[in-house]
Design a protein around this ligand. Structure first.
Ligand code: UDP
Length: 247
C-alpha cells in the first residue's frame, strides 16, 4: 500500500508514474472493480466546499496528483509527493503497456463523435489495445442502465470516464457496484486529447508547471473555475503558516 500524503484533507497516494502503472496492472489481475481518480488543485478546492466530494475522492483505490500545483503544495506543506501523475499520462502509459499485456477498453465521455474518434486513433496507434465500445458523455439518467448494460456486455477491463470533474467521480461512485470492469478511471479531457480535438500544453510548459496558463489561453471561459488555483495556493500557505506556528 503506498504512503498517503494529505493535501487539505484529500489523501493522495505517493507514487511515481511507474508505481501507479504497476498498481493499475495489479488491479487488472483482480476480479473486483477499482476506482481511480486524479484530482487537480481545482477539484481539491471544490472538495473544501463539499465534504461529500472529499469523502468520495478519498474512497478511491488509487488517488494520484494531477498537476504541478498539487505537487508544489505538497512541498510547501512539508511532505513532498514523488511526482505528478496526471490522468492523461497514466492512460497513455497503460496504452503503451498493451504491447506487453493486451487490454480491453470502453471509452465513455466527450461530445458525440469524440469517443469514436478516440477509439479509432487508439486502435491505429496501439494494435493490442482492444477498444470494445464507446459512448458519448451526454446521456440522461434514464439512459444510464442501458449504457451500463452495454459496458458490461463489452467485457471491457478498463472503463475510461471523461464527463468532466466532479461529474465523472460522482458517476463512477454511484455506479461502480453495477460495473464488471476491473478498472474504472475518471479521465477528464483525456478522451478529447486521444481524439485529437484538444491538445496538451507544449512540453516546456508542462515541465514548468504552466498547464493552467495554456488552458486559460485555450479556454478563457474557464477563468472563473480557475480562480480556485490562487485560492488553493493561498490555503496552502495559510496551512503551512499555521503548522509552522504550532511547531
Ligand atoms: N463532458 C461530457 N459530459 C458532460 C460534461 C462534460 O462528456 O456532461 C466531457 C466534455 O465533452 C469533455 C470532458 O467531459 O470531453 C471534460 O470536460 P471539462 O473540460 O469541462 O472538465 P475537466 O477538464 O475539468 O475534467
Amino acid at each position: 500500500m503506498p504512503e498517503k500524503i494529505d493535501i487539505h484533507g484529500v489523501k493522495l497516494d505517493n507514487v511515481t508514474m511507474d508505481e501507479a502503472l504497476d498498481i493499475v496492472l495489479q488491479m487488472l489481475n483482480e476480479n473486483t472493480p477499482h476506482k481511480i481518480f486524479t484530482p487537480n488543485a481545482e477539484i481539491i478546492m471544490q472538495a473544501q466546499r463539499d465534504e461529500s466530494l472529499k469523502q468520495l475522492l478519498n474512497s478511491a483505490d488509487l488517488l494520484v496528483a494531477d498537476g504541478a500545483g498539487v505537487v508544489l503544495a505538497s512541498m510547501i506543506l512539508g511532505r513532498r509527493l514523488k511526482e505528478k501523475v496526471s490522468g492523461v499520462d497514466l492512460v497513455k502509459r497503460l496504452l503503451i503497456n498493451t504491447d506487453r499485456r493486451m487490454t480491453s477498453f470502453f471509452i465513455l465521455g466527450g461530445k458525440p463523435g469524440v469517443a469514436e474518434q478516440a477509439s479509432i486513433n487508439i486502435l491505429s496507434e496501439f494494435p493490442r489495445a482492444n477498444v470494445v465500445g464507446f459512448q458519448n458523455g451526454y446521456f440522461t439518467e434514464e439512459e444510464c442502465p442501458d449504457i451500463i448494460r452495454q459496458i458490461n456486455a463489452s467485457k471491457a477491463e478498463v472503463l475510461l470516464v471523461g464527463l468532466g470533474a466532479p461529474k465523472q467521480e460522482k458517476w463512477i461512485d454511484a455506479h461502480i457496484h453495477e460495473l464488471k470492469c476491473k478498472v474504472v478511471m475518471g479521465v477528464g479531457g483525456t478522451i478529447d486529447v486521444l481524439a485529437g480535438t484538444a491538445s496538451l500544453a507544449p512540453e516546456f510548459m508542462r515541465k514548468a508547471g504552466l498547464e493552467w496558463l495554456y488552458r486559460l489561453i485555450k479556454e478563457p471561459y474557464r477563468y472563473k473555475r480557475m480562480m480556485d488555483l490562487p485560492r488553493f495556493m493561498n490555503l496552502t500557505f495559510k496551512t503551512r503558516f499555521r503548522k509552522g506556528k504550532q511547531a
